[in-house]
Design a protein around this ligand. Sequence first.
Ligand SMILES: [Zn+2]
Length: 325
Amino acid sequence: MNRGRRLRTNPLIRGMVRETRASRDSLIYPIFFEEGNNIKAHIDSLEGQYRYSPDRAKEAIDDCLSHGVNKVLLFGIPKEKDSVGSQAYAENGVVQQAIREIKKEYKDEIYVITDVCMCEYTSHGHCGILNGNQVNNDETLKYLSDIALSHVKAGADMVAPSDMMDGRIAAIREKLDGAGFINTPIMSYAIKYASSFYGPFRDAAGSAPSFGDRKAYQMDFGNMREAIKEANFDEEEGADILMVKPALAFLDVIRELSYNTNLPIATYSVSGEYAMIKNAGKQGLINEYGVMCETTTSMLRAGADILITYYAKEIADAILRGDIG
Ligand SMILES: [Zn+2]
């Protein structure tokens, strides 16, 4: 008889034959920075997550490092918004301040990645410059490049454009190279679907569009070949890492991308995924910790090398315990 159970008899042998391994090295924790002083505000739509002012960055980073998480992805929430999102590329913008605070304290102990987009900074909440009710792609590229450069000048180790404009990887690469930052990598939100899973983030970052939706630039969730096309464009333009976002509803896309690129693949397990697990756990419907371990493993098993997740610290602890990987 074929006896598959022989390899499942105890934790030691199950650990030995496990196919999917996890490492704390691959975790990135997203942090929201809000303009102001002495702020640590709970984000009600994302239980357990906070908005910090730049002067309290040390608290946020210390917490990450205490779990062995040493990569962060920064988002900014400015006080003032305008039609061109000028606080996104301001030398003293909220993200630029946060980067300087972090790098002043830690230098190379923590790897700082910044989200590059305009939606948190524009009065209309769209990810680019508007012409009437349409986002003007080519006009937006100049702004995105300026945002990326301002982050890198402030000390960011990597930039991650999330806008889904065409040609932005090439534009940002050219801008960074021209300023001498030839070794600063770009992680592209290459395959970003127009998704209902972003809801809690939009509350957290105050970035919901004031009219319409983002379907004219983010992808249709029915499409796979188009996803690979988008990823290939970004690879040709010089992206160093490709991202699939969201994660859980798009595991097949992660897998397909893994057959179609030699670049590292990141996936962003977004706010709605976190909130679903958190809230179902809180109501006693599921075991939150168990579902976190299982869903995290599914992303790695699908082919992701890097995970961006609000659970990064808890996942790091679970990896140490041997519950993941
Ligand atoms: Zn955006």
